[in-house]
Write a protein that binds this ligand. Structure first.
Ligand code: ADP
Length: 493
């Protein structure tokens, strides 16, 4: 038996799976990753911890299922994007500046004013999260570090590829978020590199997701257990892998991702989105892009509420579910605005924050729990309405948030459409990443065949709208839409 290994390096954890040729999951393992927050918008992780996490997963597999790691015939990845990871000449890396790091706000503004039409090239507006803005920040604030860096990579998985192969590569999905790639050409924009004096020699080599980055050497084989000469593929930025994992391959295949943060997305043939705040990224198949509307507040807010209100003696998630289910639809009039982390779409306000309204002496703890779930659903509803004209038909939802049945059921009713949650959808992204290895190994011909064989055939649970609660939600949604405009004034002091 042979296997392919796929790893997804998300914000909260490194998840790894082994799949056989039939698409059966032989092994799975997850190792948590720590994030460090600074006082000036800094959000960082240590690349060395990613590498340790990979080795921990491999050693668990070696101990529990001897022989399997040696039987891996290809290794592939997906990972968080918009990171800036400086590789020094020895092959190690300093702290990675994560996508959510906002230190480069001034540089983002500078880029916007110097090159207002940049999105005609990249398909995307510049924000403080954009790697180009972070590179300019480093040039200004840490010039010796910028100068001594051999190369930058922009997805966490690119660092692991570098450790395994010594190659410096990235994929077009990741590069589409960098602020430096020509979206139509899928190559670095010489014009932008020159306009902002970024050394082309410090850019990673751009490969398609299914292309081979390098092979496992004898030395790396000793450390990891992978067989010598095993191909390591370039893989894909996580948004591409998640889109494929959700089975969204063709124009209009809308889906929702509810992870720590989230997004609503649909494949498109367009090379730029007309809606402000919507990103356009490359998709895995060449010639296709993805329209993607970000949700800064998703599982992170759910998690905050679970830890704030859930009883810590039993499983806090289960306890929170019971509490939210105990309050009626409409949460006895309590409304929640979930902007704990500011918001990016369709409201674009980093200063925004969360709020509860409608409190009275009869309100109970369970109403707070239900209001949080409903507020998150209203926010998803607003994002989907802003992104897509199609407001009916089955929609797929993936990500860890789908483990909350109250959340998925409430979403189906608020969106008034059936929702399909593929079985164990927290693995959807890493299964999507695995597609690159199936193609590279010749196990399937293309992404369409992979989707048909391994994604569309996955079992799924379907949640249908509860008609008896529709009227309540309609009036609560009307109130919700008025919440942010009413509170806006109070946010900026
Ligand atoms: P990431 O984007 O970091 O990969 P995941 O897809 O793992 O995130 O989703 C994380 C989210 O899943 C959490 O923030 C939380 O909302 C939700 N979640 C995790 N565990 C549970 C659980 N046992 N029950 C309900 N929801 C959960």
């Amino acid at each position: 038996m042979t296997y392919i290994a796929a790893f997804d390096l998300g914000t909260s954890a490194l998840k790894g799976i082994l799949l056989d040729r039939e698409g059966h999951r032989a092994n799975e393992q997850s190792i948590e990753i720590e994030t460090k927050y600074g006082l000036n918008g800094e959000v960082e992780q240590q690349p060395e911890q990613w590498w340790q996490a990979l080795q921990t997963i491999l050693s668990i597999w070696k101990d529990t299922t001897p022989g399997r790691v040696e039987a891996i015939t290809a290794v592939t990845f997906s990972g968080q994007m918009e990171d800036v990871i400086p590789l020094d000449p020895s092959g190690t890396a300093s702290n990675a500046i994560l996508y959510s790091d906002t230190r480069a706000d001034q540089e983002a503004r500078f880029i916007q004013s110097k090159k207002p039409l940049l999105s005609n090239i990249t398909g995307n507006a510049i924000r403080s999260s954009t790697p180009l803005a972070k590179l300019l920040w480093m040039k200004k604030h840490q010039p010796p570090q910028y100068q001594s860096t051999k190369a930058f990579v922009f997805s966490a998985k690119d660092y692991l590829i570098h450790k395994l192969t010594n190659e410096i590569v990235t994929d077009p999905v990741t590069a589409a978020t960098s602020g430096l790639m020509d979206l139509n050409e899928r190559s670095w924009s010489e014009e932008l590199l020159s306009d902002f004096s970024i050394d082309a020699s410090k850019m990673p080599r751009l490969l398609e997701p299914e292309e081979e980055a390098g092979k496992i050497t004898a030395q790396v084989s000793q450390v990891t257990g992978f067989s010598v000469e095993t191909p390591v593929l370039c893989g894909s930025g996580d948004a591409g892998a998640a889109t494929l994992g959700a089975g969204a391959l063709y124009e209009g295949d809308l889906y929702l991702y509810l992870g720590t943060t989230g997004w609503a997305a649909a494949p498109t043939k367009e090379s730029a989105n007309k809606i402000d705040g919507v990103f356009t990224l490359s998709h895995l198949p060449e010639g296709t892009n993805i329209s993607i509307a970000p949700l800064l507040n998703a599982g992170n807010v759910h998690q905050w509420a679970v830890h704030t209100w859930g009883d810590q003696t039993e499983s806090p998630y289960d306890n929170f579910e019971k509490m939210a289910a105990a309050s009626p639809a409409g949460a006895n009039g309590v409304l929640f605005l979930p902007y704990l982390h500011g918001e990016r779409f369709p409201v674009m306000d980093p200063e925004a924050s969360g709020a509860f309204v409608g409190l009275n002496p009869a309100v109970q703890k369970s109403d707070f729990a239900r209001a949080v779930v409903e507020g998150l659903c209203f926010s998803c509803c607003q994002v989907i309405e802003s992104l897509s004209e199609k407001q009916e038909g089955m929609m797929t939802i993936i990500g860890g948030g789908t483990r909350s049945r109250v959340w998925t059921q409430t979403l189906a009713t608020i969106l008034n459409r059936p929702i399909r949650v593929p079985n164990e959808s927290e693995y959807s992204t890493v299964i999507g990443a695995a597609s690159t290895a199936f193609i590279s190994m010749g196990w399937v011909e293309d992404y369409a065949e992979f989707t048909k064989k391994y994604i569309d055939t996955l079992g799924a649970e379907v949640f249908r709208p509860e008609q008896e609660n529709r009227e309540t939600y309609k009036s609560q949604y009307d109130r919700y839409l008025r919440l942010y405009p009413s509170l806006k004034e109070t946010y900026n002091n």
